[in-house]
Structures are given as C-alpha cells and as structure tokens.
Design a protein around this ligand. Structure first.
Ligand SMILES: C[S@@+](CC[C@H](N)C(=O)[O-])C[C@H]1O[C@@H](n2cnc3c(N)ncnc32)[C@H](O)[C@@H]1O
Length: 259
C-alpha cells in the first residue's frame, strides 16, 4: 500500500498496532454483529438513548472510515443502507469478512487509509466512524477526504474520546484523574507510553473551524454519559472508570452535514 500521507509514521505504526490488536477485538466484534440494535462506545450505550443515526437509512450509500470488524456497517445494512467499509488493518478486515459470511450480510471492504480514500467525489450520503479514522487518522487529512466523497447534504457522524478524558490523562497512560495533565491549546497528536500507536484529537475550536472549512455544518455534539449500571463493552479497563464517565464525558459524538 502506498503510504504517501505517512511522513511522520503514524499510518505504518497504527497499521502494525491494529494488526496486532485485532485478535482482542474478535470477541467484541462478534457480540456487536449479533446485536439487532446499535450501541456505542466503550459503555455500549444504546442507540435508543443517544440517537446517533439518522431515522431513515433506507437506500443510503454509506462509508465507514476505519470499519474494524465491520459491525457498525452491518447495523446500517440491516436498516436498508448500502455500506462500504475501509480499514488499514488486514487482520481486522479478515474478522469483518468472516462475520459477513456468518451473518449473511456482505458489503465491500477495502484495505486502505481513510486519509486518501479510493472513491470518486460525491459517492456517499453518510460517512461514519466509531473510534476508527476519527481518532487514528490525522483530522486535517481524513475530514477533507470525508467531505470530498460526501454528496451535498451528506452526513458525517464520528465518535471520539472525550476531550476532558484526554486532558485528564496523565503522561504515564493511566486512566483519567480529576485534574488536568495535558495542554488544551495546540492539542492534536497523542502518544502514550507502552502503546505503539498514534492518536489524534483536536480542541473544540480547532475541530469546529476544520469542519466549517470543509463545508460542514455542525448538527450536534453528543457528550456520552453511560447509565449508572453500565458495563464495559470490551477490554477497556485501562481507559476510564464508570465513576469518572458518569461525571465527565469520556466520549463525544460529532454530527454534521455537508452544506
Ligand atoms: C477501534 S477499531 C474499529 C472500530 C470499529 N467500530 C470496531 O470496533 O470494529 C479502529 C480501527 O481503525 C482502523 N484505522 C486506524 N487508522 C486508520 C486509517 N488511517 N484509515 C482507515 N482505518 C484506520 C484500525 O485499523 C482499526 O481497525
């Protein structure tokens, strides 16, 4: 694969990391594929509580950016959409292909980088990313690409780690505390000790300006608060406690549409 966008090595590092981590995501992927209704983020908050997806998905062309095991696109397909998935990791895509076969829901899966999408302009009605390109790709590259492949009026929905959760995370990679450890101004690229990967996260003003510069109008910013009895969706012990996530948003879901 051509890594033209990879001058700083984040693509090759994230591809290697996700090929290694893919085995741990088989079980959560299998569980999500079997769920008839969508749920979101590390706490698995139901769609009925968050209203992330458009009411009517029937006949929409959708692209999932960093589709991983592919369950989000499976949920979209069950609601009548025509999904396409793209992901950097061949191992994640192998799980997605197997689950497509087992569930009888097949849609195109591409191995590639969401920062340089192999699709023509104005090909899709909805671009979605749940902890996919939304945190592992450079927003100054993937958001313009999402804008390019969306049709006028097309929607962009993406879930990212909560801004406060990142700011409250100590340098040693421990879970967020109740004080701030990271600088807000200039925040973009995050690397944690013992993690081979690179993450990206913009400050609110920078994200708003980036979306607007790419002809997006912002519809919502959902700050996820898990219910009191929430259980972790998968192996995310190191990320945030329920107590923390009940007080501050550990996840944010941006919703926008192309003007
Ligand atoms: C948390 S997982 C996928 C999320 C998906 N909702 C799931 O759990 O199966 C993140 C995915 O993003 C993919 N990814 C990371 N950087 C990417 C990039 N630049 N372009 C496309 N996919 C990328 C990884 O390979 C990984 O499969």
């Amino acid at each position: 694969m051509d890594d033209a966008m990879d001058e700083d090595g984040h693509i090759s590092r994230n591809r290697a990391a996700w090929n290694e981590w893919a085995a741990k995501f088989v079980e959560p992927g299998e569980k999500a594929w079997t769920s008839p209704t969508p749920y979101w983020g590390i706490w698995g908050v139901p769609e009925a509580d968050l209203h992330v997806l458009p009411e009517d998905l029937d006949g929409l062309d959708t692209i999932e950016l960093g589709c991983g095991t592919g369950y989000v696109s499976a949920w979209l397909a069950r609601r009548g959409a025509r999904p396409v998935g793209i992901d950097l990791s061949s191992e994640q895509l192998a799980t997605a292909r197997r689950l497509q076969g087992e569930h009888g829901i097949t849609y195109p899966l591409h191995e590639g980088n969401a920062e340089e999408l192999p699709f023509p302009d104005a090909s899709f009605d909805l671009a979605i990313s749940e902890y996919g390109a939304s945190i592992w790709a450079d927003p100054h590259a993937w958001i313009p690409e999402a804008a390019r492949v969306l049709r006028p009026g097309g929607r962009l929905i993406f879930l990212v780690s909560g801004t406060l959760a990142l700011l409250a995370s100590p340098d040693n990679g421990d879970p967020p505390t109740d004080s701030l450890h990271q600088d807000y101004f200039g925040m973009k690229r995050f690397e944690w000790p013992d993690w081979p990967s690179v993450e990206f996260h913009l400050a609110y003003g920078d994200m708003i300006r980036l979306l607007r510069a790419n002809d997006f109008e912002i519809d919502d910013l959902i700050e996820v608060q898990p219910p009191e009895d929430a259980k972790l969706f998968a192996d995310h012990e190191a990320m945030t406690s329920l107590e923390w996530s009940r007080r501050w948003p550990c996840e944010e879901i941006w919703k926008a549409h192309k003007a």
